[in-house]
Design a protein around this ligand. Structure first.
Ligand code: GLU
Length: 453
């Protein structure tokens, strides 16, 4: 009986996966995100046939809407440039679509679909009423002047505005979209709608409706989640050697919180290579280089004499106790995972979205390395975005400590829920199973309750 139920569940997920690959064969990142999800939720499908009866997987893997549009803009030389923009409104079962915008040359439909798909379950895990969405453009803000970024952002918003709104879809930042970009996007949306819709975007500046602690939230949240996970293995982050990839918003605040809690962060990176500082990374220097001067991380050793820069190599070749991948998708492959294990890594927590390949994840699991998947570990950013929306609706703003306290509570709850669900479904300690099933149950039940839509 059990075996046949298992076989039926596997047949169902296989059928879904095959049909997705057949429909959009080039969307490899999206396939990867869906595969990771489908291979872990079978215990939930075995337990209840209602999901297949209601075609939940068919509906969950097909976005409610995907818009793609042209973004013409004029560069500083007076030349017309054209980029491509996207917004995927993936699932609104539990709330309005919510998710960031990514401006990076790699952005295409596969990337926004993988990010939007992940966002559905991540947002569900926060316990807050937000659906899943994502968007972006293949525009590269790197090397562009502020004026070019503004003209691009205004053109992008001129089209996006038709599809968003405080009760419809609320974008925020992601890779390449920070306070500068959000400011330009918000300004254009205000101008077009003729109203100050504070809750139309999150990650806003503090002077015009932003929330305290939103900037820090994703990075701090990753570390809060990591400390919870470590407790289950009688470990603490204090005195551990930590390596963080990236040096953007997530990486900077993950480093800051890890250091605050007594860890030593010895390395971080950008797309040109990594820095190693045996004295411990000085986060203020990284903030100055990356956020103020918008320069490369290779500048860092100019300010710290014991530090070195290594070009075009993974920062995870540094020996560490805890690895926090906070750069981008698929930055840890099987080879890097094996190297981390050989070097004695004790835990891995994902700050970026899907930074580990399926093979890398398997390698960590086969070696019993505590592993925090991005859906759970990096949910702090979008959680505080939802708190920003709550503050905007109430027309007030909370103190930093209040928001930070809420964030800690949310990250603790996500950890507890993912652990409990993993155990309940026979996979104790497997937080990927826990996160996927916990997110799935919440969204699927809401979908069933709302009928065939
Ligand atoms: N881009 C972030 C994420 O991957 C945050 C999204 C948001 O705040 O809406 O979760």
């Amino acid at each position: 009986m059990t075996i046949s139920k298992q076989a039926a569940a596997e047949k169902y997920t296989k059928r879904i996966f095959e049909s997705i690959k057949e429909r959009d064969p080039a969307e490899v990142e999206f396939h990867q995100a869906v595969e990771e999800f489908l291979t872990t939720i079978t215990p939930a499908l075995i337990k209840d046939s209602k999901f297949e009866q209601n075609a939940i997987l068919e509906r969950l893997t097909e976005p409610e809407r995907l818009v793609s549009f042209r973004i013409p803009w004029v560069d500083d030389h007076g030349k017309v440039q054209v980029n491509r923009g996207f917004r995927v409104q993936f699932n609104s079962a539990i709330g309005p679509y919510k998710g960031g915008l990514r401006f990076h040359p790699t952005v295409n439909s596969s990337i926004v679909k993988f990010l939007g798909f992940e966002q559905i379950f991540k947002n569900a895990l926060t316990g807050l009423p937000i659906g899943g969405g994502k968007g972006g453009s293949n525009f590269d803000p790197k090397g562009k002047s502020d004026e070019e970024v503004m003209r691009f952002a205004q053109s992008f918003m001129t089209e996006l505005a038709k599809h968003i709104g405080p009760n419809t879809d609320i974008p925020a930042g992601d890779v390449g979209v920070g306070p500068r970009e959000i400011g330009f996007l918000f300004g254009q949306y205000k101008r077009m709608t003729g109203a100050f819709h504070a809750g139309s975007l999150t990650g806003k500046g503090l002077g015009y409706g932003g929330s305290l602690a939103r900037t820090e939230a994703t990075g701090y949240g990753v570390v809060y989640f990591t400390t919870e996970m470590l407790k289950d293995y009688d470990m603490k982050i204090k005195d551990q050697k930590v390596v963080v990839s990236g040096s953007g918003n997530v990486a900077i605040y993950a480093m800051e919180k890890a250091i605050h809690l007594g860890a030593t962060v010895i390395g971080c990176s950008d797309s040109s290579g990594y820095i190693y500082d045996p004295d411990g990374i000085d986060v203020d220097t990284v903030k100055q280089i990356k956020e103020v001067e918008r320069k490369r991380i290779s500048e860092y050793p100019k300010h710290h004499k014991n530090a070195t820069f290594t070009a075009n190599k993974s920062v995870f070749e540094l020996k560490c106790d805890i690895a926090l991948p906070c750069a981008t998708q698929n930055e840890i492959d099987e080879k890097i995972a094996k190297l981390l294990i050989k070097n004695g890594v004790k835990a891995v927590a994902e700050g970026a979205n899907m930074p580990s390949t399926l093979e890398a994840i398997k390698t960590f699991q086969d070696n019993h390395i505590p592993f925090a998947p991005s859906k759970a570990a990096n949910a702090g950013g979008v959680a505080v975005s939802a708190l920003e929306m709550a503050q905007n609706s109430a027309r007030l703003s909370w103190h930093f400590e209040e928001v930070d306290h809420e964030l800690q509570k949310i990250m603790r709850n996500i950890h507890t829920r993912t652990s409990v669900i993993a155990k309940e479904y026979g996979e104790e300690g497997n937080l990927i199973v826990g996160a996927n099933i916990a997110g799935f149950l919440k969204v699927a039940d809401a979908m069933i309750a709302q009928g065939v839509i």
